[in-house]
Write a protein that binds this ligand. Structure first.
Ligand SMILES: O=C(O)CCC(=O)C(=O)O
Length: 281
């Protein structure tokens, strides 16, 4: 369970970290499943309903950038997302009625692993309140040089940062970000990070030879209802969401008087592609 210092840090800073949350056997089982999923896929020939490849490689390159919705497709991840060890802690942060929202695995292979630019998750999927979080589980020892998560603490209660240009959603913050306040979150394989949906975060390219694989599971309080579910809204239209503990709420809880709706200029595969297109203008 989280200590009071950790829950305090989550409410104060918008994130908290717990080392050694996964056992070495759990990490090994996840890595074995990831290897199995990726096996036989190349940039030229891969299952694009299940994964996205690193674009900067030869057609026969095998580097995967992201595995989509692992909890929907692979039992080992779904069982873990439903485990009491994890839900008991999430309940400490979000209350006892919980919705599972979505999942992904960001692979960040050595030397090429893609950059993730500053963004706030709630910008992708507006909800009626901010009781939503991502649990990020490091599956490799993770430091600045293989692209650890960076967060800006203490701003989760403030208005959403601008993520638009000309009214269209860019998937990244488009106003200046004060990176002097950013904190790198390093950790050994097995570390878990709980991060509020309003916490600005980013990670740089992997400049090391080591991969930085991260399983990301997202949950929200049952009374945090989607405000908007269009085609490109994250995991719209609620395809992957279900009550994972407790009950569905009869009432939506509103804690904001207004919230920006992400309007997309064109369809893109993922955050990576959207941010790449945005950088290219
Ligand atoms: O993998 C990372 O470093 C950040 C993940 C993230 O923000 C995302 O995939 O939305």
């Amino acid at each position: 369970m989280l200590t009071w210092q950790q829950t305090d840090q989550y409410y104060r800073d918008g994130h908290t970290v717990q080392p050694d949350f996964l056992s070495p056997d759990e990490v090994a089982a996840f890595i074995a499943e990831i290897d199995r999923i990726g096996d036989g896929n190349t940039l030229a020939h891969h299952d694009d309903t299940r994964m996205e490849m690193e674009p900067d490689q030869k057609p026969d390159g095998t580097l995967v950038r992201r595995i989509y919705e692992p909890c929907q497709h692979y039992e080992v991840f779904r069982n873990y997302a439903e485990s009491d060890a994890l839900l008991d802690e999430i309940q400490q942060l979000l209350g006892h009625n919980l919705i599972f929202h979505y999942s992904k695995i960001n692979m960040k292979p050595g030397r090429v692993g893609s950059v993730v630019e500053w963004h706030q998750d709630l910008a992708y999927y507006p909800l009626t309140n901010r009781d939503s979080l991502a649990a990020l589980l490091y599956l490799d020892d993770t430091t600045a040089d293989n692209g650890c998560l960076q967060v800006i603490p203490g701003v989760q209660g403030e208005p959403l940062l601008n993520h638009t240009v000309d009214g269209y959603f860019q998937g990244r913050v488009t106003e200046p970000v004060d990176e002097s306040t950013a904190v790198p979150v390093e950790g050994k394989a097995g570390t878990i990070i709980y991060m509020n949906c309003m916490t600005p975060h980013a990670s740089i390219t992997n400049t090391s030879d080591r991969p930085r694989r991260t399983l990301i599971l997202s949950y929200r309080a049952a009374d945090a209802y989607p405000l908007y579910c269009a085609e490109m809204t994250q995991s719209a239209p609620e395809e992957t969401s279900y009550v994972i503990r407790g009950e569905l709420a009869d009432t939506a809880r509103f804690t904001m008087t207004e919230f920006p709706i992400p309007r997309y200029k064109k369809k893109s595969k993922s955050l990576y592609e959207l941010q790449e297109e945005s950088r290219a203008g």
